[in-house]
Design a protein around this ligand. Structure first.
Ligand code: C5P
Length: 235
C-alpha cells in the first residue's frame, strides 16, 4: 500500500506549546512529544504497519532538513519520498497524488498531525481498500451537534445516530481520487478532507471504524492529551 502523509501545515494554534519547549514557532509536527518529534510517532506507526510499503511525505522545503534527520534517526526500513506541499491541505494532497509511482492503484492518506493512529488502523484501512473505492476512518460522535447560523442561533439538531467524526487514514482508488481533485480544482471546491471531494463527485465513501485515541493534534491541549495517551501505551 502507498501512503501519503500531508505534513506541510504550519500549526498556527500551537504558539504557546513552542514557548513551553523554549523554541520559536515552526511546523507543529516538529514539536516534541514523549522525547520525539510529533511526526516521528506518525512515521513509526506507518513503519510498523504490515501493509504500507511506500511513504510519500508532503512537506514544505523549509522543513525537509529536519524531516530527513528525523527519518534517519528512526532507521526506517520503508522508502520515504519527499513531496513539496501546497498552500492548503487540499493542494498538498494534490501534489502528493501527482508524485505517486505509476503503479499505485490505491492510496492511503493520513495526516501527519494524527500521530497516535495505530499500525492496526493502517492495516484495517489497507484491507478496506480491497473492497471499497473510497473510505474514511471515523468514530461515532459523542456530543449532540448543532447547526448554527451566522448570528449564533441554532438552526437544527441532526440525529446523532447518523453523525460520525471523520479521521484519517482515508483511502481511495488513485485514478478516481485524481479525477476528483482535478474536478475540485476546476470547480473551485475548498474541502478539508479528500472524502469530501469523492462525495462531491457522487462517489461512495465507506466508513471504517476509527480509533478514539486517533486525535488530530491541533492545540496545546491536544498535545497534552497525546502525551498522556502515549505514556499510558508505553507504560
Ligand atoms: O492544519 P491541520 O492540522 O488541519 O492540517 C491537517 C494536516 O494537513 C496536517 O498534518 C498538516 O501538516 C497538513 N497540511 C498540509 N499542507 C497544508 C496545510 C496542512 O500538508 N498546506
Amino acid at each position: 500500500m502507498y501512503l501519503l502523509i500531508p505534513a506541510a501545515g504550519s500549526g498556527r494554534r500551537m504558539g504557546s506549546a513552542w514557548q513551553s519547549q523554549g523554541k520559536a514557532p515552526r511546523n507543529k509536527l516538529l514539536l516534541q512529544l514523549q522525547g520525539k518529534p510529533l511526526i516521528a510517532w506518525t512515521l513509526l506507526a506507518a513503519e510498523a504497519s504490515q501493509s504500507i510499503r511506500w511513504i510519500g511525505m508532503i512537506g514544505q522545503p523549509d522543513d525537509w532538513e529536519d524531516f530527513k534527520q528525523i527519518i534517519a534517526s528512526l532507521s526506517l526500513t520503508k522508502s520515504v519520498q519527499f513531496i513539496r506541499g501546497g498552500a492548503t491541505r487540499q493542494e498538498s494532497v494534490y501534489h502528493g497524488l501527482q508524485a505517486l509511482p505509476a503503479d499505485a492503484e490505491q492510496v492511503l492518506i493520513h495526516d501527519g498531525a494524527r500521530c497516535l493512529a495505530t499500525p492496526d488502523l493502517f492495516d484495517r484501512c489497507s484491507q478496506a481498500s480491497l473492497t471499497c473505492l473510497g473510505f474514511v476512518a471515523a468514530v461515532p460522535v459523542k456530543d449532540t451537534i448543532k447547526v448554527v447560523d451566522a448570528h449564533g442561533v441554532v438552526e437544527s439538531t441532526p440525529d446523532r445516530r447518523q453523525l460520525w467524526a471523520a479521521q484519517t487514514p482515508q483511502g481511495f482508488s488513485v485514478p478516481l481520487l485524481k479525477k476528483c481533485h482535478a474536478a475540485g480544482r476546476s470547480q473551485g471546491w475548498e474541502v478539508t478532507d479528500d472524502a469530501a471531494l469523492f462525495e462531491k463527485c457522487g462517489l461512495p465513501v465507506q466508513i471504517v471504524e476509527g480509533e478514539e485515541t486517533n486525535l488530530k493534534v491541533t492545540t496545546p491541549m491536544d498535545l497534552a492529551i497525546a502525551d498522556f495517551i502515549l505514556r499510558q501505551r508505553e507504560g
